[in-house]
Design a protein around this ligand. Sequence first.
Ligand code: ZN
Length: 489
Amino acid sequence: MNSDLVIYNTLSRKKEKFEPLNPPLVGLYVCGPTVYSDVHLGNCRTFVSFDIIYRYLLHLGYKVRYVRNITDAGHLEGDRDEGDDKFSKKAKLEQLEPMEIVQKYTVGFHDMLRMFNTLPPSIEPTATGHIIEQIEIVKQIIKNGYAYEVNGTVYFDVEKYTKEYNYTILTNRKLEELLANTRELGGQDEKRGRLDFALWIKAKPEHLMQWPSPWGNGFPGWHIECSAMSHKYLGDEFDIHGGGMDLAATHHTNEIAQSQAYIGKQPARFWMHTNMLTVNGTRMSKSAGNGFLPMELFTGDHPLLNKGYSPMTVRFFMLQAHYRSTLDFSNDALEAAEKGYRRLMNAIGLLEKIEPRGKKSTLKLQEYKDRFYAAMNDDFNTPILLAEIFELVRLINSIYDGKTAISPEELTELSEMIHGFVFDVLGLKDEGSDSQNNDTDGLMDIIIDIRNKAKEDRDFETSDKIRESLQEIGIQVKDGKEGTVWNKI
Ligand SMILES: [Zn+2]
């Protein structure tokens, strides 16, 4: 097992050597989607980023339990317990049961992530499936003195907590600053402190999703579900907790506080956060009108897009930025990614057509491999890995053109390396290797047969015409000792 992996830890604000608590086991928890609307592109980026992290940990030989939850209850519109429940609101709007909303958007979410070729998590628990566990934790936090009940709602006592613990440990923000940015309490408020947040919320009789509890009928606060589910499936302490960077200041800060108040332990060793998306340099958002959905990106059906881009082009594009950097969408960048992705798949396709010769190993493939690992071991640096992979693409093209020799052993090694990193670790797949491509293969066999026949008959006009016409549509035909081969340019 390769043990040189370093990961940037939001908690310490630096890169740290990754050592699992109980090797070879790794516990990974990622905050999943709130399934009340179509998954947006920013979320897809987060889940693609953690898919690569999951894949690389598996590649290194770790036995990973990857838990990614589905938030299907308790998420209010405001981050600080204001507003309506997102599911009930949408259910009223679409005249559906809240669970129909949950089902519809969970299925849509899974479909979308399948298009991006992400691996499913080991466990995908739901908030509504863990109401009992959430109630138990709230009871214990009250018992430990860090929460209080007012009229059927239970609040976390942040002021009490800050006397013993550092509430802003994750973001390193100043408590005074946080207070200054939080609304002052009025006479109507049940909270004792401005920063207090709800662990359990009293439901009005008409509220569609509610459960009995020691404090009357209600529903859980958003933050408590992740504490309950990560604790249940990964234990008191686990290795990595991740999510989008917008979750750090409130959701993850409150998760840490809940765990400390519950069992006196910080839940995760490493906290990892993915950065946001921008479009032509401005932050992507629905209100700015530049927030396209993944499906719009695939079809090109958006005023800002020149055309559609395939899911693997978009995945490739995402890999070109480090997960902690912003990712800027523009037509130029997407078109460049499309070309890069095709070049890569084309080179991998050539591997099968290369005839090895010679016995000696001269290509120093181990050096390439070391650089691949060095890139990924440096906090999963996919842009550097891609740059290194393109060095190999150049090498493959040079071998295919007959300028460089490769021995049979080296060809096997090269093939394994490139398949391992491109398909297994980066999770790309060849979109051309579907039925459409099989049709092309069949057609090309027929065309090459006809051309060979023309050459045999010394009808060079026809054979040249076929070669030139294919060239025009991006198919290169080459005649060699072993016969005629072709590839897409
Ligand atoms: Zn969460």
